[in-house]
Design a binder for this molecule. Structure first.
Ligand code: ZN
Length: 596
């Protein structure tokens, strides 16, 4: 038995999911509010018999324990396997080795950063040279408690302060460079990266120091510098203060995102504990992803002077994850959150309470700048706002904004719909040329011969690749097959698939690559072609049937309750849809549904 199968046998999906979602019994199954999108009526189902889950709401996707944890924790398959194996008490044997070495390397970098943070903090509190830094904090009204809580630090104006301290502690120079604390000189040797600056240790959600932000104490430039990218630090995924803010964000089910370190410090000091910093001017999608694991309600505090243009861009990044409710706080001109919170707490409270939806805000800032009596300006406004409207996945909301845009610009709604359809068509063409990565489905404990046959064909005969465009990861129910397929789909022809796969899957890959075919397939390209096409149809048929069954089970429960709520009609709509898909497949396979 493979470790993957073993993990699945040891763990129960209901137990696992219920740690993250409040589940209610619904017939033989369970349901609850989807953890991946925000909703008022439960459309997230767990099916114990199949050990699978499915969201019939906005996500319209499902999977097994692995895909649930991958999605919930934002981790890859290998990490999910290791996490769940540990939980199920399944020994991974040699599979543990490679990740262990990598983990150990990272662990050392965390230790190093920890030692550096401690030392810098010590210098800030006691060194004479840190006087300027201390008085800067005093001027900004940062208390000693906050300084301690966030472990602020100071580095003196010298080239080898941290270096000699950490070398003295026995850390190798090579690792100090790797952690980004030292800069290597071209002619050899190294020196401290941070000099004469106030330091902000940046932590991951678990509170481990991943890197540093550093501010000058005078007017010199650049005002801020950061640690470089290292194996444990990536600025685009980091959120300053997330370790201190995470429980408040979960409890309040909302997060406020500000730009600067000082904004975060002041907010926390004034008991606004759900505030995190984006550490720069534009919020990245990865940062949004990080927040989404804690809440789907995000409020951005924007600088009034820069907000207009940027908000639409940021709005797009946020809306790309359409299930985040994004609001905007518009600050008074020339003010940072730091100043508003400090100088006028009631005003800050009011701003937070009156935060407006980001789309409404984007509308206001774009339409406010154009002359709606001019055709050219109208076109410009549509061009600006359409991409954001396009990102909205909820059709009702999307329609709302189409109407709103048409109304405000006094043009026909149909004109906007045409433009929207063109945008969609253009993106679909793009998506088709890229490899779409969709989510996963149930894995049956019996490994599927159909899936393996199909995968082996694709792996052994590269000329068949174009046919596989009709397949998505959802067509593979078996976890191993699904992971191999996803990586094969992303890889380019001739690249080394083995090097991209998690080590737990290598054996399965070798099995597929070595799988033997009957002579008819080996000898004729035409036969292979037909054989694969048939395989694909059968996989599609199986998926449609499975979705039908799951929807039927979900509908059953709604009927029992006797409620014709909106969920029901939504489910029925989708049901009809997949029924139609099934019809299409029967037509393609040249038989009638009633003849099967
Ligand atoms: Zn969902």
């Amino acid at each position: 038995m493979s470790v993957i199968t073993e993990v699945k046998q040891r763990l129960d999906i209901v137990e696992l999911v219920s740690e993250h979602v409040t589940l209610q019994k619904a017939g033989r199954n369970f349901k609850g509010l989807c953890p991946f999108h925000s909703e008022k009526h439960a459309s997230f189902f767990v099916f114990p018999a199949q050990q699978s889950w499915h969201c019939f709401g906005a996500c319209a996707t499902g999977g097994d324990i692995f895909s649930f944890i991958m999605k919930k924790e934002g981790i890859d398959f290998g990490q999910a396997l290791r996490l769940l194996a540990k939980r199920g008490g399944v020994a991974l044997g040699s599979l543990e080795a490679p990740s262990k070495a990598e983990d150990q390397r990272k662990e050392r970098l965390f230790q190093l950063n920890e030692a550096a943070a401690e030392y810098y903090h010590h210098l800030l509190s006691s060194a004479r040279a840190a006087e300027a830094a201390r008085s800067y904090l005093a001027r900004r009204k940062i208390t000693l408690e906050t300084t301690k809580e966030f472990r602020l630090g100071f580095c003196p104006d010298a080239w080898e302060t941290l270096k000699s301290y950490l070398l003295g502690k026995g850390y190798p120079e090579k690792e100090l460079v790797e952690a980004g604390l030292l800069i290597e000189k071209e002619e050899g040797g190294s020196y401290d990266r941070f000099r004469n600056r106030l330091l902000f240790p940046i932590c991951d959600i678990q509170g481990r120091v991943t890197g540093f932000g550093a501010r000058v104490l005078d007017d010199s430039l650049p005002k801020y510098i950061n640690s470089p990218q290292t194996p444990i630090f990536d600025k685009s995924t980091s959120l300053y203060g997330v370790d201190r803010a995470k429980s408040a964000i979960r409890n309040k089910n909302s997060a406020i995102i500000v730009e600067g370190y000082m904004d975060v410090l002041t907010a926390h000091q004034h008991d606004w504990r759900n505030v995190v910093g984006s550490m720069g001017t534009s919020l990245t999608e990865k940062q949004v992803e990080g927040i989404r694991r804690l809440t789907s309600n995000v409020t951005l505090a924007l600088d009034a002077d820069l907000a207009g243009e940027e908000a639409t861009l940021r709005g797009k990044a946020i809306l790309a994850y359409s299930n985040v409710e994004a609001n905007v706080i518009l600050l008074p001109p020339g003010k940072d959150p730091d100043e508003v919170i400090r100088e006028d707490p009631p005003l800050w409270l009011k701003l937070v309470e009156q935060a407006m939806p980001i789309m409404g805000f984007a509308f206001q800032s774009v339409i406010g700048k154009v002359d709606i009596n001019r055709a050219k300006d109208k076109a410009l406004a549509v061009q600006r706002l359409l991409p954001s409207i396009h990102e909205i996945k909820d059709p009702v909301q999307q329609s709302h904004y189409v109407k709103k845009l048409a109304g405000e610009l006094r043009i026909e709604e149909s004109a906007i719909r045409v433009a929207l359809r063109e945008l969609t068509a253009g993106q679909k063409r793009l998506q088709r040329s890229r490899a779409p990565q969709r989510s996963q489905l149930v894995c049956q404990l019996v490994s599927s011969r159909l899936e393996e046959h199909c995968l082996a064909l694709l792996l052994q005969y590269p000329e068949l690749r174009p046919l596989a465009r009709e397949l998505s990861s959802e067509h593979f129910e078996c976890t191993e097959n699904r992971e191999v397929f996803v990586h094969w789909q992303r890889s380019s022809e001739g690249s080394n698939l083995g090097s991209q796969l998690d080590s737990s899957l290598i054996e399965h890959l070798h099995y597929l690559v070595g799988k033997d075919f009957p002579p008819a397939i080996r000898e004729s390209e035409r036969t292979r072609h037909f054989d694969l096409a048939d395989c694909i149809l059968r996989l599609q048929e199986r998926l449609s049937r499975k979705l039908e069954t799951e929807k039927e089970a979900a509908l059953e429960i709604e009927r029992e309750k006797g409620g014709i709520c909106s969920e029901l009609s939504k489910l029925e709509e989708q049901g009809i849809d997949s029924g139609q898909q099934l019809q299409d497949i029967f037509v393609k396979r040249g038989r009638k549904p009633w003849m099967q």
